[in-house]
Ligand binder design. Structure first.
Ligand SMILES: Nc1ncnc2c1ncn2[C@@H]1O[C@H](COP(=O)(O)OP(=O)(O)OP(=O)(O)O)[C@@H](O)[C@H]1O
Length: 265
């Protein structure tokens, strides 16, 4: 479970004739337990794509399907992690993580078990009773990821989840997410501005063109990652130093620069 498909998706904001065309003919198929990152120039419609999968935004043309069913509204099969951690400030870390489980009517024993496992997974054991304001940005985002993972969704949707973090914390979080994604794979749609982040985390990177946004190129990272044994390196900087990594990053950069160059025409 956990496939996502965009089939010829278009999006017009406002009136169908005079409105703003944000997306045009977006097609992308994400397989079960596949990690796909979308990169693209600012305003090309990345977030809109993610919001459509989440069920927050409707399509103007084409279809968005999760597990072969058209998305019509938000659902428990999908969890979203935003850039701003969006935790409940009046709830403790434990209560924040537990919240969605209560909504799913999971009994107390099972809830306690799942929350404890999730706190451990994200190295938050000693912070269960803390409130969000007592935590650093990195820890808050770890809580937000724990809260999404604990629900065991088919699909995880992450919109610039590390965008608000400082550079060092961001690196730690990227390493943790890689660890999590390899140990406990999920279908992930990940939006980012950072090309390195996309190459480091994703199995495939989809590059979007300037508006109206469409998928212009899809880069297979996983084949290279496995062939060149990136996972044998624990530290992100060692992976980023590999020739194969640099090659993919540069290729994506060039593709994005072509987009930017088009503004001057
Ligand atoms: N509700 C809305 N009404 C009108 N226009 C919108 C709405 N939501 C988004 N847009 C426009 O659609 C375009 C795509 O927005 P979106 O946020 O998806 O882009 P993005 O690629 O995620 O941008 P960024 O990288 O800057 O976050 C933008 O030009 C934006 O202004």
């Amino acid at each position: 479970m956990g496939s996502i498909r965009f089939e010829g998706v278009g999006k017009v904001f406002g009136n169908a004739r005079t409105g703003f065309k944000a997306l045009d003919d977006v097609s992308l198929a994400i397989g079960e337990k596949e990690f796909v990152a979308i990169v693209g120039p600012s305003g090309c419609g990345k977030t809109t794509c993610l919001r459509m999968v989440a069920g927050f935004e409707g399509v103007s043309a084409g279809k968005v399907l999760v597990n072969d069913r058209p998305v019509v509204r938000p659902g428990a099969d999908r969890a979203v992690v935003f850039q701003q951690f969006a935790l409940f400030p009046w709830k403790t870390v434990r209560q924040n993580i537990e919240f969605g489980l209560r909504n799913k009517r999971i009994g107390k024993d099972q809830r306690d078990h799942l929350v404890a496992g999730s706190l451990k997974l994200m190295s938050l054991e000693s912070h269960g009773d803390a409130y969000p304001h007592q935590l650093s940005g990195g820890m808050q985002q770890r809580v937000a990821i724990a809260r999404a993972y604990v629900l065991d969704p088919d699909v995880l949707l992450m919109d610039e989840p590390f965008g608000a973090l400082d550079a060092q914390t961001r690196v730690v979080m990227q390493e943790e997410l890689v660890r999590l994604a390899r140990v406990n794979p999920r279908t992930v749609l990940f939006i980012t501005h950072a090309v390195e982040e996309a190459v480091y985390l994703a199995d495939r990177v989809a590059i979007m063109s300037r508006r109206p946004g469409t998928i212009k190129e899809i880069i297979d990272v996983k084949t290279v990652r496995l062939a060149e044994r990136w996972d044998g390196h624990e530290r992100i900087e060692d992976v980023m130093d590999l020739e194969s990594f640099v090659h993919l990053r540069t290729r994506i950069w060039k593709s994005l620069r072509e987009e930017k160059a088009e503004i001057g025409h």
